[in-house]
Design a protein around this ligand. Structure first.
Ligand SMILES: [Zn+2]
Length: 461
């Protein structure tokens, strides 16, 4: 058996940190992740460098920021930029990806380096009775949204994999439009109202009209949307519990480095926004990050330093003695070693994020005609410290939020705290203009037809 640990990296797509009970949510949404956190390092201020799937996964897999890797509307940067899977494969790991998210396919090359990467999202055509049963379960809000099936695939691969293996898993259960309606219901909303509201929400989403609901919808419909999101997370957590139990058998957990995180969060009416574009608020950037590696890193530890998804690749590479791009340690924000808790306790490194206007804005604007998308037509970049976040837009006023007093980022302090804003603006500009390798020019455009087809499958279009 190899001395190298098996590595399991799980992305809970679209899961924002503040909805996990171990991150302080008032509902018991995640008893199994809470259990994992008690044996792990939990990073309280972990952020994504981008607010949606493609650039965020590209950052996770390369350690680069979106303006460096360029995978916002294009594919992953080509070789010689190595991906995490390529680095581990070349170090002797079997590399496996099990993903429900179609972005992990040929259209974007996010799968580069994975030797075993089945297109799990491609569904075989079921016989009519099975299709009717599935549809009935969907209508009733009892759908198997993928977590059970994915978990079974994961356990099957683990039973058969040659060690050491690197297993990447992306769970899509919290990604709309499928929504569970139990166990959490909003106060004063009964089961029938929840059922009807859920059907309305799914119908609006499928027609691209969900944004109009922000104009004409009621606060009750947003309450319901929030609880459906919690319910989806609870369903996902129950299946993660099965996986954690399985890892606990036969000493598997002892030789496994397990990391659970997310690629971005979700706006559920906050900032007058839905979904996960157009904003660098914490609803989208702040993600869970939990790491367990028995015997190598402490259990039941909390980290308050600003860490990012871009720190995962360099941390793993350093621990395993693998060479990476020099830019990761000498660029404008040198990476943090996620497992050096002493150094992290002294770290004052800020976090950064970027967003380009995505083409999907025009598609949504054509369908949700009551909602005004024009103010969202701007690129964004942000710097986040322990106390504040400064967000700059390519047009319009910048924003400054006090994350301690106002974690919901509702009050813009750009004028009342001009000194803090000026200092963070200077820091952001220094970071953005620092010399660094940019790989975006070499990247090719993603296959438009494949991407469009996948956006439709995900309910974006
Ligand atoms: Zn995503």
């Amino acid at each position: 058996m190899s001395d190298l640990p098996n590595i399991i990296l799980i992305v809970l797509d679209t899961v924002r940190a503040d909805r996990l009970s171990c991150y302080g949510h008032h509902l018991p949404t995640t008893p199994n992740l809470d259990r994992l956190a008690r044996e792990s390092v939990l990073y309280r201020q972990a952020t994504a460098p981008a607010c949606w799937t493609l650039p965020s996964h590209a950052s996770l897999f390369t350690g680069l920021y979106p303006s460096e890797h360029g995978a916002e509307t294009t594919t992953m940067p080509p070789p010689p930029v190595p991906t995490l899977a390529e680095l581990l494969r070349d170090a002797g790991y079997a590399t496996i990806a099990l993903c429900r998210n179609p972005w992990m396919g040929r259209a974007t090359e996010l799968q580069r380096g994975f030797e075993d990467c089945p297109e799990v999202w491609v569904r075989p055509k079921l016989p009519l009775p099975a299709r009717l049963l599935t549809r009935a379960r969907n209508v009733l809000g009892l759908a198997e949204t993928g977590a059970r099936e994915t978990t079974e695939l994961v356990m099957d691969r683990i039973r058969r994999a040659h060690e050491p293996y690197f297993l990447f898993v992306n769970y899509m259960d919290v990604h709309p439009p499928s929504r569970h309606t139990s166990p959490f219901l909003p106060p004063r909303i009964g089961r029938m109202e929840a059922f009807v509201g859920r059907l309305r929400h799914i119908s609006q989403t499928k027609r691209g009209k969900q944004w109009d609901a922000l104009v004409s919808g009621s606060p009750r419909s947003l309450d319901l949307l929030n609880r459906m999101y919690d319910n989806d997370l609870h369903y996902l957590d129950a299946n993660l519990g099965r996986l954690f139990d399985f890892l606990g058998e036969a000493g598997r957990a002892e030789r496994t480095l397990l990391i659970v995180t997310s690629d971005h969060g979700e706006n559920l009416g906050e900032h007058n926004l839905l979904w996960h574009f157009f904003s660098l608020h914490d609803t989208l950037l702040r993600v869970p990050l939990i790491a367990r590696w028995p015997g190598a890193i402490p259990g039941a530890a909390l980290v308050d330093a600003q860490v990012q998804l871009t720190d995962i690749l360099p941390t793993l590479a350093a621990r395993l003695g693998i060479e990476t791009l020099p830019a990761l340690s000498s660029g404008p924000r040198p990476h943090l070693d996620l497992f050096d808790l002493d150094a992290l306790s002294r770290s004052e490194s800020p976090a950064y994020a970027e967003h380009q206007v995505p083409p999907i804005l025009d598609k949504w604007a054509a369908r949700s005609t009551k909602y005004d998308f024009e103010p969202l037509r701007r690129d964004l970049r942000a710097v986040r410290t322990v106390s504040h976040k400064y967000i700059e837009a390519s047009r319009g006023e910048p924003s400054l939020f006090d994350l301690t007093e106002d974690p919901g980022e509702t009050t813009n302090l750009i004028h009342s705290r001009a000194e803090v804003a000026g200092s963070l603006a200077a820091e952001l500009h220094a970071w953005a203009s620092a010399p660094r390798a940019r790989h975006r020019q070499a990247a090719e455009s993603a296959d438009e037809d494949l991407v469009s087809q996948r956006l439709q499958e995900l309910g974006y279009l």
